[in-house]
Design a protein around this ligand. Structure first.
Ligand code: ADP
Ligand code: MG
Length: 701
């Protein structure tokens, strides 16, 4: 026989065949031998530890016991037929019971012989037994699978189990593939990197991830394979970045002109924070280098990202370019437009707005003015990036609240021009460092890690249903002081009808507690026509209403400085970053602000942890780390691109250091060898070329 190849279809592995191959494909995505090797165990059972029978306790997981078979009998008839054996060591005796595979047991489990029995102990009438233990004769034979100290456990499914492809079955397949193909496993990481980080080679890593020689070998294998996983993600992200930088020239914003200077000296009503100044400087440097800027600005709620955006746009204007700013919702786009327009008050530049609600007539005029270069800054929603919107010379795009905005849409912007505009992405709330490195690894990152001076930290309280009257009392006191209050209800798709009922009941109760004419209530929810939403929102902004009852449509960006109380109903149903984002709607003025989290008495552990976190800290960076720990990265990224987060082995919470090493390694490689032409980087070049033919190139060209 010829040595089989790793690309061989799994069907041809001994004992598999077409039927099982089909199920392996469907259930686990395994097509080839290589795919199988890439299915790693998700945990291991320690087989170095032998339990004595008098140490057993029903809470133990799987254990192994070394003992002699001192009795064996078959009892019962037909489907009740079973074999019961007794296993004895120097401390006691337990029962082993089999209902299936009776023939095998009868032939292989021999009275008087010594075995290792492996299984989960259960207790009945204070004596212990194990059902369907695995039996190994002692001493263990020295085969690949037989002398394992750490037994791998693989993911399986009901379907797979029907075809004997349980964890054990998969382990057998792994053993076969490794026996046949071990020598064919090729290295993917250059030797000098392996040396630098003292990592084992790929062959050894794959062998030990499936059949660990010992704990150390397993750890080495895991570290190497986690590194590999993260390294290639970083290689792809940073090679995309590198590629863009080499391919696209960037518009030059070489001068700081009249608009920026006048704005800064005469218009800006406050002093910029140190962090704001630093980030603006970073943007300045980016836009003078002759390459296209792709920068992510991370800043906590209220850290003042908008002004940074505006000054960057004025910088574009000063250099003869137009700029646009894109927000995820109509309300937010309007808010940005109004705050920019009112700040500038007709001075310096012409600002306009384009959203889905812009009338056809307005649109026609706007398109003309845009193309003639008469509009300097255009604010809007996704409507901005539609193909029919043509700028005269778009130099900068600001994307606010990025997490609603995918890579695809960013790519669309790159395509908009032969020289693509600079791109500034602003996050709504901070995201954890590891996640940023993975999701936005192809962007440069700026941090606004300082709040404007004089902000009073928001006081957060958690109240349960029984304390509702206290909450109403508090609302009344604050409104009497002239403040405004938000009351937010969750609206989650699956239970939309129910949620609307909650909302309506809430409004009813609110009207009862807060009768006209002293109290006016604005109501905004997703089911309303846009026009009504805006009207209601505007009444609140103008101070005509004291209470704003809303679903989460107000979540992002909305800025009403006089609103100082945020009440969140069913707070346990919101995610942490959403809670933080909502809380950030208050604390924007000079007044002491408050956030009240209302929940039922009974909370899940996670729900409680979320509310406790909110009470404990106002720091968005801290909150985002806890959020990542609680929810895992997949959920956190929401609707965003998922591919980069499908990590097999690495964990963005636990493996931060490996991620940092992987990223630093790739950064160094590109610094020393931007085109990956050095012979020692040949492996990497092959990877990048293969990838960029498929994805990167058509995404960005
Ligand atoms: P976010 O980062 O959440 O988008 P905004 O840009 O909306 O925050 O700013 C929040 C509020 O803080 C706004 O009212 C803004 O005018 C104000 N602000 C921004 N920067 C400063 C500063 N340096 N000093 C004082 N107030 C500031
Ligand atoms: Mg904002």
């Amino acid at each position: 026989m010829f040595a089989s190849d790793l690309d061989t279809t799994i069907e041809f592995l001994k004992g598999v065949g077409p039927k099982r191959a089909e199920i392996l494909q469907k259930e686990l995505g395994i097509y080839t031998y290589a795919d199988l090797l890439g299915c790693y165990p998700f945990r291991y059972i320690d087989r170095t530890r032998f339990y004595k029978i008098n140490e057993l306790d029903a809470d133990l997981p799987y254990v192994q016991i070394l003992g002699r078979i001192t009795g064996k009998e078959t009892i019962g008839e037909k489907h009740k037929k079973r074999i019961v054996a007794r296993l004895t060591d120097e401390t006691g005796t337990i029962e082993l019971v089999w209902f299936q595979s009776l023939k095998w047991v009868d032939e292989n489990v021999m009275r008087g012989k010594v075995y290792i029995a492996f299984g989960k102990p259960t207790v009945f009438n204070s004596s212990y037994s194990i059902s369907h233990p695995e039996m190994e004769s002692y001493p263990r034979p020295a085969t690949l699978t037989g002398n394992l100290t750490l037994q791998p456990v693989y993911n399986s499914t009901e379907k797979l189990k029907k075809f004997s492809l349980d964890s054990k079955g998969i382990q057998k397949m792994q053993a076969l593939v490794i026996e046949q193909c071990l020598q064919e496993i090729r290295e993917t990481i250059p030797a000098y990197i392996l040396d630098k980080y003292r990592m084992v080679n790929r062959k050894e890593a794959l062998l030990n991830i499936h059949f660990p020689k010992d704990t150390i070998a397993l750890q080495n294998a895991q570290r190497r394979l986690k590194f590999e996983e993260l390294f290639f993600i970083q290689l792809q992200l940073l090679s995309n970045k590198q590629f863009r930088e080499l391919k696209f020239k960037g518009h030059l914003f070489s001068t700081v002109g009249k608009r920026v200077n006048t704005f800064y000296k005469d218009i800006l009503p406050f002093e910029l924070t140190g962090a704001q100044k630093r980030v603006i400087k970073e943007i300045r440097l980016d836009t003078q280098r002759g390459i296209q800027m792709n920068r992510l600005v991370q800043g906590d709620v209220g850290s003042g990202k908008t002004v940074v955006a505006l000054m960057s746009m004025l910088l574009a204007n000063d250099n003869g370019y137009q700029a646009c700013m894109m927000a995820p919702t109509e309300i937010l786009a309007r808010q940005h437009y109004h705050s920019i327009a009112s700040l500038l008050d007709g001075r310096l530049i012409k600002v306009d707005i384009l959203t889905g609600n812009t009338t056809k007539k307005q649109r026609i005029l706007l398109h003309q003015q845009l193309e003639a270069g008469e509009i300097d800054i255009l604010v809007g929603t996704h409507a901005l990036i539609e193909d029919k919107v043509v700028f005269k010379n778009l130099g900068l795009v600001v994307i606010d609240e990025q997490h609603r905005f995918g890579v695809e849409q960013r790519a669309k912007l790159w395509r908009k021009n032969s020289t693509p505009p600079h791109i500034l992405v602003m996050t709504a709330t901070p995201i954890p460092r590891t996640l940023a490195m993975t999701l936005y690894g192809d962007l440069d990152v700026s941090m606004i890690d300082e709040l404007p001076a004089g902000r009073k930290p928001i006081e957060t309280k958690h109240l349960v249903e029984g304390q509702r009257l206290r909450m109403f009392g508090f609302m009344k006191t604050e409104i009497a002081k002239g403040r405004q209050v938000y009351v937010v209800y969750p609206l989650i798709k699956e239970s939309e009808k129910l949620d609307l009922l909650h909302l309506e009941a809430g409004i009813e109760q609110m009207r009862y507690q807060f009768p006209l004419p002293d109290f006016q209530i604005s109501i905004v929810h997703g089911q309303m026509p846009n026009k009504d939403k805006q009207y209601e929102m505007q009444r609140f902004i103008d101070g005509q209403t004291q209470i704003m009852v809303a679903t989460t449509v107000i979540e992002v960006g909305v800025n009403v400085p006089n609103a100082s109380v945020m009440i969140i109903e069913n707070a346990e149903r919101f995610g942490l970053s959403q809670l933080h984002q909502l809380r950030g709607r208050v604390g924007r003025g000079a007044e002491q602000s408050f956030c009240i989290l209302m929940s039922g008495e009974k909370l899940s552990r996670e729900g409680r942890k979320r509310l406790e976190t909110m009470v404990m800290t106002n720091n968005g960076f801290e909150i985002s780390e806890i959020d990542l720990e609680l929810r895992g990265p997949g959920d956190l990224s929401g609707t965003m691109q998922s591919g980069v987060l499908d990590l097999k082995l690495a964990d963005l919470v636990k493996d931060q250091q490996i991620l940092q090493e992987a990223r630093n390694t790739v950064i160094e490689i590109f610094q020393q060898d931007p085109t990956l032409s050095l012979p020692e980087n040949a492996l990497l070049k092959r990877f990048v070329d293969k990838k960029s033919r498929g994805i990167a190139l058509d995404k960005i060209s």
